[in-house]
Design a protein around this ligand. Structure first.
Ligand SMILES: Cc1ncc(COP(=O)(O)O)c(C=O)c1O
Length: 378
């Protein structure tokens, strides 16, 4: 039996209600325009969004695709990876980063993240490189950009591609340059809860390499640019007109929304400072867009339950390390991945969405203060 006392203090983990209220009339206008056009796939809306997103990211190319996973797979396929090629990935990430390597038919080489930033540790990448390494996937996890300068420095002289998994970091900036423009190519997800989210699945690839872009454009469309002429073994992975039109509207607000996420994270950081047993996220600047606000505690499960009983919803990103998932238990990895297992048992994501009020943030921190006391006494 649930013992949740749902009061006025209840805080959900995330909500799109206010955002959609703010832009509802623009979104409805776009919906009508697409409906009236009777053009639903690979038309003007997609071209227009691709141009806007490339310009936003500071790249020459953006290619709309069906999901973030597809974006990663298409990049790896576009790079021509095969069974003899190795791809270095962070051990602590969402499973899609790993699945993409398998779908592309290459070999996974997981390495641990830096436990302070949760992004791939460049020094561990350096020691994992072999003559077969063809790509490194740098995940900007929770919204914080990986150390792209260090990774590019390691990869470029060896002719290794650096692929940004920017699914959680739309709009993040490193010394003025946006996520999506810092490696060989980048994959974005427009899953509804992302910083830039569609009303369904969607994704994009960005790159400054026109040849790679041309291959990916072909691969997403049955390996074809001219109808019924198929030059590559492609797939069907296109961003549809309706999603493209809606995303273009939401893109206009992305920087303002990311700024509000930063303000919420700063409010959390300040209020939670010094709370016993909690590891807070490291402060960050423009290189972090706070897709998630993630704390750590060895008491994580009890804390989550104590928050739940106070009406505050928290989530875990991610509760099982990728190599411990059933899909991967049969694979042996040479590396020690115990850190990612520990992170899986300790991380806890607090509610965060841009339209969240300061009062809601304070309700969460107050509930967490009580939860920390309660679980310390238990
Ligand atoms: C880090 C990361 N990579 C890849 C993906 C895959 O994106 P999608 O769900 O759009 O396939 C996601 C999101 O779900 C993600 O968080």
């Amino acid at each position: 039996m649930s013992n949740t006392v749902v009061t006025a203090r209840s805080v959900p983990f995330f909500s799109l209600e206010a955002l959609h209220r703010e832009r509802r009339s623009d979104m409805e206008r776009s919906f009508s325009r697409v409906l009236d056009s009777s053009s639903f796939v690979m038309g003007r809306e997609l071209a227009s969004f691709e141009e806007a997103f490339a310009s936003y990211c500071g790249t020459s190319e953006a290619i709309g695709v069906a999901s973030g996973l597809d974006a990663l797979v298409l990049i790896l396929q576009g790079l021509g990876l095969g069974p003899s090629d190795e791809v270095i990935v962070p051990a602590h990430t969402f499973i899609a980063t790993w699945l993409a390597v398998d779908h592309a038919g290459a070999k996974l080489v997981p390495v641990e993240v830096d436990p302070a930033t949760y992004t791939i540790d460049p020094e561990r990448v350096r020691t994992a490189i072999t003559p077969r390494t063809r790509a490194i996937i740098a995940v900007h996890l929770y919204g914080r950009m990986a150390d792209m300068d260090a990774l590019n420095e390691i990869a470029r002289p060896a002719g290794i591609a650096v692929v940004e998994d920017a699914a959680q970091a739309h709009g993040a900036r490193l010394v003025g340059r946006r996520s999506g423009s810092l490696g060989t190519a980048a994959a974005f997800s427009f899953y509804p809860t992302k910083n830039l989210g569609a009303l369904g699945d969607g994704g994009a690839v960005t790159t400054n390499d026109p040849k790679l872009a041309a291959r990916i454009r072909m691969l997403r469309n049955y390996g074809s640019t001219v109808k019924y002429l198929h030059e590559m073994i492609g797939s069907n992975s296109r961003l549809d007109e309706l999603q493209a039109a809606l995303l273009k509207i939401k893109l206009e607000d992305l920087d303002v929304k990311n700024e509000r996420r930063r303000a919420i994270a700063a409010r959390y950081n300040e209020a939670l400072q010094g709370m016993p047993g909690l590891v807070l996220p490291q402060p960050a600047g423009e290189d972090h867009v706070w897709h998630l606000y993630v704390i750590r505690s060895p008491n994580r499960d009890a804390l989550q339950e104590a928050l739940r009983s106070r009406g505050v919803t928290s989530l875990i990103h991610y509760p099982i390390a990728c190599h411990r998932q059933t899909a991967y238990v049969d694979q042996a990895f040479a590396q020690d991945l115990s850190l990612s297992e520990r992170l899986a048992s300790e991380v806890l994501s607090l509610p965060l969405w841009p339209e969240m009020s300061d009062e809601e943030v304070d309700t969460v921190t107050e509930a967490l203060r009580e939860a920390v006391l309660e679980t310390a006494q238990a």
